[in-house]
Design a protein around this ligand. Structure first.
Ligand SMILES: [Fe+2]
Ligand SMILES: [Fe+2]
Length: 286
């Protein structure tokens, strides 16, 4: 890596966006047993646009609540703290990197659709896990949603070089991951690592971001990392990809087999993917 790029990298890291206060506070209090629905509702209610989006999502077909939820406090009571945390986190992250940049080589709308698909597939897979595991579907959703977040950071802060990487991968028929390494000397996984450490996200969400193409390289949180790795792969089977710019990632079949899914499980997850993703997408306004 050239010195100037290294220098630029460090400067840019200092400018990396920080998580807005509400999401930050929520992440901090979510595992505190003394936190109540009122605390969370008060926190969310400070932000009117967030409040309306939370209510919209809570009332979406994705969660299937039979009656209309009219207050955030009710949403917290009915859906639980973890689901609300996932919603706030998702809304916040997408808002930080809006989906309206539509360069012909990199569509943010398609980027977020791929990310949302990976989130929903990760959650669906987690709900089907038969083995006892210490991770939960909501963490899997968050990890899936931001697994490629490094790419949108590259698009935002290193736009020209990121486009060069995309062109290089298309022309040379190499993976975008490899092209990122060639152009930047680091990949979207490294950028995801810097960003999420700055955000102080829990390790169970951070590690899958850092190793989602190479789950064998982490001992810690290897199962959730492998699950996101599999969900990312399933996105390519179900059509939720970034067309033209990325090739299907190589699947670590040995680690994936250890998760214990049957082919029926995978078929069922794939069969319901479009419907589940559409339910969330409709309310999410990406
Ligand atoms: Fe990736
Ligand atoms: Fe991906």
């Amino acid at each position: 890596m050239s010195k100037s790029l290294e220098q630029k990298k460090i400067e840019q890291i200092e400018n990396l966006p920080t998580l807005p206060e509400v999401a930050n506070q929520l992440l901090k209090i979510i595992n505190d047993p003394t936190t109540t629905a009122v605390d969370v509702a008060n926190l969310i209610s400070r932000d009117l646009s967030l409040t309306s989006k939370v209510l919209r999502l809570a009332n979406s077909a994705f969660y299937g609540i039979p009656r209309t939820v009219t207050t955030v406090q009710n949403a917290v009571v009915i859906l639980g703290l973890k689901v609300i945390n996932t919603m706030v986190f998702s809304i916040t992250v997408v808002k930080m990197f809006p989906g309206d940049g539509n360069h012909p080589l990199f569509s943010r709308k398609k980027f977020w659709t791929h990310s949302l698909a990976c989130a929903v597939l990760s959650r669906q897979l987690a709900l089907r896990m038969r083995k006892f595991t210490l991770f939960d579907p909501e963490e899997c959703f968050c990890a899936g949603l931001i697994h490629d977040i490094g790419r949108i950071v590259l698009d935002q802060f290193f736009h020209e070089n990121f486009l060069k990487a995309i062109k290089k991968s298309m022309d040379g028929k190499i993976t975008l991951l490899q092209a990122e390494q060639d152009i930047f000397g680091f990949s979207h996984m490294d950028v995801g690592d810097w960003l999420t450490s700055r955000w102080e996200l829990p390790q169970d969400i951070r590690i899958p971001i850092v190793f989602h193409h190479t789950p064998g390289k982490t001992e810690y949180a290897r199962e959730i990392t492998t699950l996101v790795h599999l969900a990312d792969n399933l996105c390519y089977d179900t059509g939720y990809i970034l067309p033209g710019i990325d090739t299907k990632p190589t699947l670590d079949t040995i680690l994936v087999a250890q998760l214990g899914f049957t082919s029926e499980d995978l078929d069922a997850v794939k069969a319901t993917a479009a419907e589940e993703i559409e339910k969330f997408h409709a309310a999410f306004e990406i």
